[in-house]
Design a protein around this ligand. Structure first.
Ligand code: NIG
Ligand code: FE
Length: 412
């Protein structure tokens, strides 16, 4: 099946050669082609170029993209979209003056979601989660990482990971699974933290590894959750079972989680709302991708990741949603890109790089996703007619997407 998209006003993120990531000042450069064509063959990108160089081809389908922009689908490298119910009461409680921390301390927060998750059947969790997945696909996401972490029991964590696996089997979107058993201490282990960590390491991890249910290991490294020493112990155990770390750090406090992540060669360190100069320094010249989650900052009214300082220091940044019931009940990457521009002062070019090529890196998908490169997945966003790609962050409340292509097919 050959599809030709012709007369594209601007084709974004074109890379002749597949690159892993863009860092520092390179982030300001978004390579693009004006008046371009793009040819898809089955599920892959076959060719692209300027309209004047359009080769003769026998296309099965021709799409005229006059006035429209085409870019690779968003790569959302940090979500928790598998969950049960919602936490809208906590949302109202926060409006009424309670903090996220106060709500968590009285048994709400992650423990509230864990209770709901453990009371809900696997089929029901799948049903609820698939609607969220379908929604984000229509919003232009073509690859997503999904974490466990609302089970906090062996049965609950396995249930979540099986749901993630089933979603990956049933939908044409690339999904990476992350085991986040270390998301919070369950109530009955409150006085026996070592006991829960032992359960993660000796019971959960072997079962997950044996059934190949996860690609990555995550820990919520934060005051009141998992200490740096505990995080290191869990990362090491994950690595021993073949899972690379991707960890939650510096959301509310800078306690050394970034340095721990780097020490264990984490693929990414995520959140980074609270960054001190040593944290930025530590990330220089490492393979670890810093991931910012601006919708979380927006929803919780907490600081935004200091993107300008980080880019100035030569670091890369990836953007992701953090879609979850407590801190970010939204999986809209278009909003993430807009918020990064509006609140973090990233330029549209930097934000689009962060949400595509760098997001792909943060999921280990650089070779197949994140740019318009021959041989990569034919995962595309085709916009409605727009004046330029600046509209994507500028018109932040509008849906500018006309269609989404996943693996070469238009999403119905
Ligand atoms: O990434 N910070 C830790 N975990 C999630 C929120 C969890 C929740 O409130 O349910 C996050 O923000
Ligand atoms: Fe998260």
């Amino acid at each position: 099946m050959i599809t030709l998209i012709k007369n594209i006003q601007e084709l974004l993120q074109v890379r002749e050669i597949s690159i892993a990531k863009v860092s520092g000042s390179e982030m300001a450069i978004l390579p693009s082609l004006k008046n371009a064509f793009l040819i898809l063959k089955d599920d892959l990108i076959e060719n692209f170029g300027s309209m004047e160089n359009l080769p003769e081809i026998n296309a099965d389908k021709i799409i005229d993209a006059t006035g429209k922009v085409v870019l690779p689908t968003w790569c959302d490298s940090h979500t928790h979209i598998v969950y049960a119910g919602n936490r809208e009461q906590e949302f109202v409680d926060r409006i009424n003056g309670f903090t996220y921390e106060e709500i968590a301390n009285r048994g709400g927060g992650i423990l509230n979601s864990a209770k709901k998750l453990n009371e809900t059947s696997e089929d029901e969790i799948y049903e609820q989660s698939k609607h969220r997945l379908e929604e984000v696909m229509h919003l232009g996401t073509g690859a997503v990482e999904i974490k466990s972490g609302y089970g906090l029991t062996i049965e609950g964590e396995l249930k979540m990971l099986r749901v993630i696996k089933k979603l990956a089997e049933n939908y044409p979107i690339s999904i990476k699974a992350t085991f986040l058993g270390a998301h919070a201490f369950p109530t009955h282990y409150k006085e026996n933290k070592a006991g829960y960590i032992d359960e993660i390491i000796t019971k959960m991890l072997p079962e997950i590894a044996q059934n190949k249910l996860a690609d990555y290991i995550d820990v919520f490294c934060e005051t009141g959750y998992f200490s740096v020493a505990e995080t290191e112990k869990i990362m090491q155990a994950g690595i021993d079972f073949g899972l690379k770390p991707k960890i939650h750090v510096n959301q509310f406090n800078s306690i050394g989680g970034i340095q721990a992540g780097i020490k264990f060669n984490a693929l990414s360190v995520d959140h980074l709302e609270i960054m001190n100069p040593e944290d930025i320094e530590a990330l220089k010249n490492t393979e670890t991708m810093p991931v910012a989650l601006p919708s979380c900052s927006y929803f919780l009214s907490i600081p935004y990741t200091p993107a300008r300082e980080m880019i100035k220091a030569g670091l890369p940044i990836a953007l992701a949603t953090d879609f979850n019931p407590g801190s970010t009940p939204s999986g809209n990457m278009n909003f993430v890109v807009a918020t990064a521009c509006i609140k973090m002062k990233m330029t549209p070019e930097e934000a689009i790089n962060a949400a595509t090529i760098n997001g792909a890196y943060a999921m280990g998908l650089s070779e197949t996703h994140g740019s318009i490169t021959k041989g990569k997945k034919a995962n595309l966003i085709l916009t409605k007619p727009i004046s330029s790609y600046y509209q994507i962050p500028y018109a932040f409340g509008s849906n500018l997407i006309e269609s989404v292509f996943l693996e070469g097919k238009i999403l119905e």
